[in-house]
Design a protein around this ligand. Structure first.
Ligand code: MN
Length: 254
C-alpha cells in the first residue's frame, strides 16, 4: 500500500511526528480518591521477582500491581452502570483505538476557574473555527491539567478539577459523531461531578452510549487542533472495565 510506504518515509524524514500522550507509570502516578464508603483502586506498584541475583542470575523481571483505572487509561463502556451491557475493554473495536482526533483547548478558561465545565456552546464555537467533530474519532479536551500530573495533591486539587457540563456530556454522547473523549485529568468528569445531575455525567452519558473515555493524557499542547491520528493501546483484559494504555498521536509537521 503506497500510503504506508509514504508514512514510513514521512516518519523517517520527520514530516510525521509521533507524540507520546502517556503519563509515566510508577508508584507515584496520581490515582483517583473516592470518599468513604466507596472502594478505591490500588496504585501502580512493581514487585521484583529477580534482578541478576540468586533468584534469577541472568535476568531481571517484576510482577506489576495496578488498578485498571491507573495513570493514562481507557474507560470501557462497561465501566459505568449505564453501559453495563456495553463493550469490555478487550471488546473495544480497533477502529475506535486507531482513529482521528481533534483538540479543544480550554486551558485559558481553566486557568481562571479550576471547576470549569465545558459547554455545548464551547464545542460549537470550536466547530465554527475548525469544522465538525470527527466522525468515528476522538475529542481531546485540553485543560493544562497535565502540568500537575507529577503530584497527587496538585493533580486532584481537593476535587477542584475541570470537566464537562451535564448538557454537554449528553450532547457528546447522543449527538456528536465521536467514539471517544479524552482528558488530562484523573477522570473524564470534573472533580465535583458527584454534585451534578446526573452524577458523573460524562461517565454516565458517554459510556452509556457505548463510547470510550481516555484519561491522564499529557502533551496535548504539542498537537494541532485537527488532523491528528490517535493510537490508543489498552491491554486486552478479558471482561475488564478499562486498562492502563500507551497513547500516541501521529502529527504532520510542515
Ligand atoms: Mn477510569
Amino acid at each position: 500500500m503506497a500510503v504506508l510506504t509514504d508514512l514510513v518515509t514521512a516518519l523517517a524524514g520527520g514530516n510525521v511526528e509521533v507524540v507520546d500522550l502517556t503519563a509515566p507509570l510508577s508508584a507515584s502516578t496520581p490515582v483517583l480518591q473516592l470518599p468513604p464508603p466507596f472502594a478505591n483502586t490500588t496504585s501502580f506498584r512493581l514487585e521484583e521477582i529477580s534482578r541478576y541475583d540468586d533468584r534469577g542470575p541472568a535476568w531481571y523481571w517484576n510482577d506489576i500491581h495496578t488498578g485498571e483505572h491507573v495513570g493514562t487509561h481507557v474507560d470501557a463502556p462497561n465501566h459505568w452502570v449505564s453501559g453495563r451491557d456495553g463493550d469490555s475493554v478487550d471488546e473495544i473495536p480497533l477502529r475506535t483505538l486507531v482513529a482521528p482526533a481533534v483538540v479543544l483547548d480550554a486551558s485559558a478558561k481553566v486557568a481562571e476557574d479550576p471547576d470549569f465545565l465545558l459547554s455545548v456552546d464551547d464545542v460549537r464555537e470550536w466547530e465554527r473555527e475548525h469544522g465538525p467533530l470527527p466522525d468515528g474519532g476522538w475529542l481531546l479536551y485540553r485543560t493544562g491539567w497535565d502540568a500537575r500530573s507529577g503530584d497527587q495533591e496538585s493533580f486532584l486539587n481537593g476535587q477542584h478539577s475541570p470537566g464537562v457540563s451535564p448538557e454537554c456530556a449528553r450532547w457528546l454522547a447522543e449527538e456528536a459523531p465521536i467514539v471517544g473523549f479524552g482528558v488530562e485529568t484523573v477522570g473524564t468528569d470534573a472533580g465535583r461531578a458527584a454534585e451534578l445531575e446526573p452524577m458523573f455525567p460524562c461517565h454516565n452519558r458517554l459510556l452509556g452510549a457505548g463510547k470510550c473515555g481516555l484519561t491522564q493524557l499529557r502533551n496535548l499542547a504539542q498537537l494541532p487542533p485537527t488532523g491528528v491520528v490517535l493510537v490508543v493501546s489498552p491491554l486486552p483484559i478479558v471482561g475488564g472495565s478499562g486498562s492502563p494504555a500507551r497513547v500516541y498521536a501521529f502529527v504532520e509537521r510542515a
